[in-house]
Design a protein around this ligand. Structure first.
Ligand SMILES: *Cc1c(COP(=O)(O)O)cnc(C)c1O
Length: 346
């Protein structure tokens, strides 16, 4: 691996970060806070939140088995993705390599940061090709993006192949595990300690049922995390979000129950969906959604919208011709979808 200094943009390497009042005083014993120009009234919203979210990280550390100094928390995974570009990719100079199709935000963040985005197509079984990714890379490639289970295809990527990429590529490999709690396979979190070039993204938005609070997780070597912390907005995760996350982290059994129910529903929904006249193929999935090829994705999508049922039309995406992406809902919601689609002609 190139050294972290070699991978980091020179201006970020040199940066001396903003130091907030809450950074400079970290003790708990003080009772008179006259350091941050806050209003003394309107508790508890009057106070700035903990800039490094210590309590949330402690609780998350216990749940995930990752040291707190290997955890970055942001305003959704999207913040972590953007910060990775800003930390490591020099605009108009560096590039990143990613599988295709995958989550759209990597490409959008690349474009916003004026960083070249190199796509490597999955094969027709949605498997990724390590050697093609390595061939696409050059000395200016700082990041590679994998997503497992992948969005929108739903499948998990081959673990041995991901490890082979981590061994062979000398930059950072970002593995987005937004759907890992629904997967039959294990997370790569266990390899964090041996792999300084591994960055794992997870989120509170899916299995944890908290898309509304905007809380994303990046796990990596402490030196990578320190760089992200250096360039983030000082108070990037607000007080309400930190509180709700702590509350959720105290009920992991609730989350496991949701996952169990959704996996059962997924099986039922996919089987019924496969039997619909308008369905040509249902693809295997490891997530809380599945991809399906249908007779006429655009028409079916539009007719579902008229009935107030919204799915994701992915038919314009690489390898997803005439495909809809269906999120598993409650059994009532899934039944409403099946009922509406049963009237679709072949
Ligand atoms: C939904 C999703 C996320 C979550 O993003 P947040 O900003 O944390 O809500 C991240 N990655 C992928 C691949 C997703 O599908």
């Amino acid at each position: 691996m190139r050294t972290l200094d070699e991978l980091t943009r020179p201006n970020i390497r040199r940066l001396k970060p903003y130091s907030s009042a809450r950074d400079e005083y970290k003790g708990k014993t003080a009772s008179v806070f006259l350091d941050a120009n806050e209003n003394p009234y309107n508790q508890p919203y009057n106070r700035y939140p903990d800039p490094l979210q210590g309590e949330v990280k402690q609780a998350l550390s216990a749940v995930k088995g990752v040291d707190p100094d290997s955890i970055f928390l942001g305003n959704g995974s999207d913040e972590a993705i953007d910060l990775l570009f800003r930390a490591f990719c020099e605009p108009a100079c560096d590039n990143v390599v990613a599988i295709d199709p995958t989550y759209g935000m990597y490409e959008v963040c690349a474009a916003i940061n004026n960083v070249e985005y190199r796509k490597v197509p999955l094969d027709d079984a949605f498997r990724f090709r390590v050697d093609d990714m390595l061939r696409k890379a050059d000395a200016q490639t700082k990041l590679m993006f994998l997503c497992s289970p992948n969005n929108p295809t739903g499948n998990s990527l081959d673990r041995a192949e991901m490890e082979r990429l981590l061994d062979a590529f000398d930059g950072l490999v970002v593995v987005d595990e937004a759907y890992i709690d629904f997967s039959s396979g294990p997370s790569l979190l266990g390899q964090l300690k041996e792999r300084p070039n591994l960055v794992i993204l997870q989120t509170f938005s899916k299995a944890w049922g908290c898309a509304g609070i905007r809380l994303g997780i990046a796990c990596a070597h402490p030196e990578v995390i320190a760089i992200l912390n250096k360039i983030k907005y000082p108070y990037n995760v607000n007080l309400l979000t930190q509180r709700e996350a702590l509350h959720m982290l105290q009920q992991p059994l609730q989350v496991q129950q949701w996952v169990d129910v959704l996996l059962k529903e997924r099986e039922r929904l996919m089987e019924a969906f496969a039997g619909l006249p308008c369905c040509l193929q249902v693809y295997p999935t490891d997530a809380n959604f599945f991809l399906a090829k249908v007779t006429d994705a655009n028409g079916i999508y539009a007719r579902l919208v008229e009935q107030g049922i919204i799915v994701r039309n992915r038919s314009h995406i690489t390898l997803c011709d005439n495909c809809l992406r269906i999120t598993v809902g409650t059994s009532e919601e899934n039944d409403a979808l099946l009922e509406a689609l049963s009237h679709e002609a072949v």
